[in-house]
Design a protein around this ligand. Structure first.
Ligand code: GLN
Length: 554
């Protein structure tokens, strides 16, 4: 077992998670068994209770753990499945320590950060990596933050205990370009490394985030001032096209060889590099489509991270560039607001909580149904599709989810019975992986090519089975259900080319090398729709001959 610790300096949002994930990918390619985990210094027990404005997406694991979105990168870049052991927060550390204290486990001692808190952290490092060759631990936050200190101290102690050649410290830092001076500046990095050395940690590798080339002179300067060999000063430029370029970039800098060397591992080079092919497909795809994502946190880059990534993967699988138009659901509630939907080849409504923007999402689900546009609903995206159906086809005036209208006369989406008694908000939803049985012959069964699958959940509300018979008579097809609890998991529509909505979150199980089958099928349906429209055969063809000129794409 070898250990890599990844810290960050100068500023947050440097892409430490991506760097850790990319290094994991490179080491896996060299035949090593790798696991990546994240330590977050904040006091929340998990990010499940944090708003997307604070924290971006909450990434859900098979075991139902609600975790930091960097775990999404780890699962997408490496083959390992992660568990709740792989995301540790200060909240969890203190919770464990205080529980032990109340239990009397400390035998009358004064309970302190050193050694009790640091011991708890070190135990988690050992526990998380017992069955792999290399454990990569990323520490959230920026060096110098008060709340990060116990984690850094624990790592210093850990390195001392296991001895040299067992641990590599990587510091990811910013080397900014100052336009007034016309050059890259190394001082912030020097100071950040000085801070680490003050704590007793000497980084072995510096990963320098920069938007200009890191010339030899600068590498030498960083080497000298930061006490790191020149070859261990790694340039990581801003990517232009895709995050899936990062493994290739780090490989060009020799990062995998460097780490393997430092840890004294034996790992022959691998001539087969899957990232070359992945990146080639992203760079020069043959086809192109435009899909809309209708959400509430649309201006936030990170709120639907896994959804956007899964769309990219589906593009890779279909040799297709997928332009994404981000649509704020509330704009669809205004007059003429739906005009933006007319230029789309597919509409996706992702998950969400709370009432704001709901009517806009219902409108999007209705628009797709009425205009034959491919529709893909995720969790809340299924619930709004059912609400639209009940109102429009069953004429159930005021049909709604009890989440948004507790007094609705027609609760077509309702809270699960066991959820009614729950008062705590943390980790109390229907969370994690559940079985879903597929109905043969449906779009879902054809996409998955399996009779049954497991998918990850994060929600409190469900389709109300009391309305299911009527909905099915009106054209809804239940194409997936949970066999144990008889819950609706996937719905489709008769007489629609591709209308699929799921109660779970497929975006948590998609990879660049293996797109999620439903995402891949959605993009394939969007391509078909666009082709048909171009031929003049599609339902949308008459309404829209030319492509709308103004379009936001990301
Ligand atoms: N708010 C809905 C529920 O709790 C949907 C949740 C989601 O989209 N993740 O059921």
């Amino acid at each position: 077992m070898k250990y890599i610790f990844v810290t960050g300096g100068v500023v947050s949002s440097l892409g430490k998670g991506l760097t850790a994930a990319s290094l994991g990918a490179l080491l896996e390619m060299r035949g090593l068994r790798v696991r990546i985990q994240k330590f977050d210094p904040y006091l929340n027990v998990d990010p499940g209770t944090m708003s997307p404005f604070q924290h971006g997406e909450v990434y859900v694991l098979d075991d139902g753990a609600e975790t930091d979105l960097d775990l999404g990168h780890y699962e997408r870049f490496t083959s390992g499945r992660l568990s709740r052991l792989n995301n540790l927060t200060s909240g969890q550390v203190y919770e464990a320590v205080i529980q032990k204290e109340r239990h009397g486990d400390y035998l009358g001692k004064t309970v302190q950060v050193i050694p009790h808190v640091t011991n708890e952290i070190k135990a988690r490092i050992r526990q998380a990596g017992s069955d792999v060759d290399v454990l990569i631990t990323e520490i959230g936050g920026t060096t110098g933050d008060i709340e990060g200190l116990p984690f850094l101290e624990a790592m210093r102690q850990f390195a001392l205990e296991v001895g040299p050649r067992e641990v590599v410290f990587i510091h990811v830092t910013l080397v900014p370009f100052l336009s007034a001076a016309g050059e890259l500046k190394t001082k912030p990095t020097q100071q950040s490394v000085a801070k680490l050395r003050e704590i007793g940690i000497q980084p072995n590798i510096l990963v320098c985030r920069c938007d200009h080339p890191l010339v030899d002179e600068l590498r030498e300067k960083l080497s000298l001032f930061c006490n790191v060999p020149v070859k261990a000063v790694i340039e990581e430029r801003n990517v232009e096209l895709s995050i899936y370029e990062v493994p290739l970039m780090l490989q060009r800098e020799g990062m995998d060889d460097l780490v393997i060397d430092l840890l004294g591992l034996k790992a022959p080079p691998n001539p087969k590099n899957i990232w070359v092919e992945i990146f080639r497909r992203i760079k020069s795809p043959r086809h192109e489509v435009t899909v809309g994502v209708v959400g509430k946190y649309i201006e936030l880059q990170d709120a639907y991270k896994s959804v956007y990534e899964s769309i990219t993967h589906a593009g890779i699988a279909n040799n297709c560039r997928v332009n994404v138009v981000r649509i704020d659901a509330e704009t669809l509630e205004t007059r003429g607001g739906t005009a933006v939907l007319r230029s789309l080849d597919g509409i996706l409504v992702p998950g969400g909580f709370g009432e704001r923007g709901i009517e806009g999402k219902v409108t999007a689900a209705r628009f797709a149904r009425e205009h034959g546009v491919p529709y893909y609903g995720l969790c809340l995206g299924l619930q709004v599709a059912v609400i639209a159906l009940a109102r429009d086809l069953l004429h159930l005036h005021g049909a709604n989810s009890t989440e948004f209208d507790p007094q609705t006369p027609h609760p077509v989406i309702d809270i699960m019975e066991e959820q009614k008694k729950i008062v705590d908000k943390g980790a109390t939803m229907r969370l994690g992986s559940y079985e879903c049985e597929l109905t043969p012959g449906t779009l879902a069964a054809r996409a998955y090519r399996k009779p049954s699958v497991r998918e990850r959940h994060r929600h409190r509300y469900e389709v109300n089975n009391a309305y299911l018979g009527r909905l099915e008579a009106a054209g809804l097809v239940t194409s997936g259900r949970n066999p144990r609890r008889n819950l609706v998991e996937i719905i489709e529509l008769k007489n629609h080319p591709w209308y699929v909505a799921v109660q779970f979150h497929p975006e948590f199980q998609s990879k660049p090398s293996a797109a999620h089958p439903l995402f891949a099928a959605f993009v394939a349906a969007a391509m078909k729709y666009r082709r048909a429209r171009g031929d003049g055969n599609a339902p949308g063809a008459r309404r829209r001959k030319r492509r709308a000129p103004a379009r936001k794409s990301s």
